[in-house]
Write a protein that binds this ligand. Structure first.
Ligand code: ADP
Ligand code: MG
Ligand code: MG
Length: 212
């Protein structure tokens, strides 16, 4: 197993948790427009638990894939809500795909992200355009797959995070077709989807950490 890859996974999860902690108020406000207002609290709690579980797993010598799996378990367990369950699923799927062998190549990372997206779509049943985190996740995964062909993981991740940020902003024009915001769909027009926004924040933080 590659200790360096597991260590990077821990550092990225720490950076994601710090960014989501800083964005918790903004995410709560977005979710209060048409949802129940708990998205900031849930993402903060889930990502912190995931980062702590990843560290504990790394200390027990788990490899990169297994570290992501225990982080996903913790996120689903402690994050709560729809988004907690979906982030847990995403991390578990990515971890299972990566496994614990050699340090993953950029191509393997993109494949793991594609598997995570497929698992999220399967579990939540959301398609692009439904105004969920899938609207940021799908273009992120696509841009990452494209980008890893031509350069470093950090550069591809950075470009994909930019794409996700623009896509999350663009969800303001959509009407929610799933989840808690659906009964108040009209109210959410003009406001981006909280889950898409938090996805973009998390992937931007990951890009910053991968660039270091
Ligand atoms: P809850 O809605 O249970 O309070 P959160 O507020 O934490 O959970 O998360 C809300 C976010 O979850 C939404 O903004 C949306 O991005 C995402 N979401 C909701 N339902 C689905 C679904 N079926 N598939 C994918 N994402 C979803
Ligand atoms: Mg909510
Ligand atoms: Mg809730």
């Amino acid at each position: 197993a590659s200790r360096a890859a597991a260590s990077t996974a821990c550092a990225v999860l720490d950076a994601v948790a710090a960014a989501l902690d800083g964005a918790a108020d903004e995410l709560g406000r977005l979710d209060a427009v048409a949802g129940d207002g708990d998205h900031g609290i849930g993402m903060r709690r889930g990502s912190l638990a995931a980062a702590a579980a990843a560290r504990a797993g790394h200390d027990r010598d788990l490899g990169c894939g297994a570290v992501l799996v225990v982080a996903g378990d913790a996120w689903a367990d402690k994050g709560g809500g729809t988004s907690g369950a979906l982030w847990g699923t995403a991390l578990r799927a990515a971890g299972h795909r990566l496994g614990d062998g050699d340090a993953p190549t950029p191509g393997a990372m993109a494949a793991a992200v594609a598997d995570a997206l497929a698992a999220v779509r399967q579990q939540g049943g959301a398609a692009p355009g439904d105004k969920t985190l899938v609207d940021a996740f799908a273009p992120f995964a696509q841009e990452l797959s494209r980008g890893v062909g031509g350069g470093s993981l950090a550069a591809a991740w950075r470009a994909a995070a930019r794409t996700a940020t623009a896509a999350a902003d663009a969800t303001a024009d959509l009407l929610p077709r799933l989840g808690r915001a659906r009964p108040h769909a009209e109210r959410s027009l003009g406001t981006p989807d909280p889950g898409a926004r938090s996805f973009a924040i998390a992937m931007t933080a990951a890009a910053d950490r991968l660039t270091q």
